[in-house]
Ligand binder design. Sequence first.
Ligand SMILES: [Zn+2]
Length: 315
Amino acid sequence: MTAPDGVITIDDMHLGRPQVIATYLLTGDVPALVDPGPASTLPALEAGLAANGLGLGDIDVILLTHIHLDHAGATGSILARNPKARVYVHNVGAPHVIDPSRLIKSASQLYGDMMGTLWGEIVPVPAESLTLLEGGEMIDLGGRTIHVFDGPGHAKHHLIYLDQQSNGAFIGDNGGVRLPGLSLVRPATPPPDIDLEAWDGTLLMLDELMPSWLMLTHFGAYSDVEFHISDYRARLARWGEQVRRGMESGTSEEAQIAALEDLAAAEAAALSDAQRAALTYQTGAMELSWRGLARYWRKRAEAEAACPPSADAPR
Ligand SMILES: [Zn+2]
């Protein structure tokens, strides 16, 4: 699979499917993983490492872009087998990997009795294994420098890691979902803390960083960075507007979710059936994307009602 030098894409084969969840292996003196994925895909991760002559015990560093289970769920299980690994995580997300009970509760509301099948066992991560980040730090992987940036939008505990060696940016879910070979970037906006305004800032920051590669968890590495960011920015804004207008119109939730599904289908009209099916699977239920965006607009309206923009103006 295409990726910059020193970066290996491991396909976690989620539920046996290719190109859904990627873990990135940074090779070198200090082997590191970006987003180990959920515990349910550990066998595929181990197979991917083995193909590169490594085992979980050889991993010195785990970089988490954010703590959602599809990215970070396996961290505690890996630490149980390799206690020396150091885990880097956003300080806002850290309490929930130390004590995952709230994370599990929140994910259970979205995934119900599919939780175990989808994500596997969720083991707490020992606090002493964590290094907390907030953006602005530099991580030294045996001479390979990783720059850390705060990247809110998809989640408020989201980081972006820029690898100086490859000039590749590990952006987790901050650049949507895409499949290799497709010129279409699709938003995935599940609850609870989608923030379109913050997301816009993160995309602007990515523009300014000018990475040579964008590494997406869902799925793969892309070198058409300018296209990717602009396509994603436009589509995210369009989806956001569609949900906002739907809420204003007062039609039923079902009708609004169906309208978002129609928009996504129209955008993907030029794809083959197989490509469309793969992209739909990768995005997850459109209902979740609708709920994430609807929650954002509701929270914004509540904040504005509680504190109208003019209230801060000097009198
Ligand atoms: Zn994800």
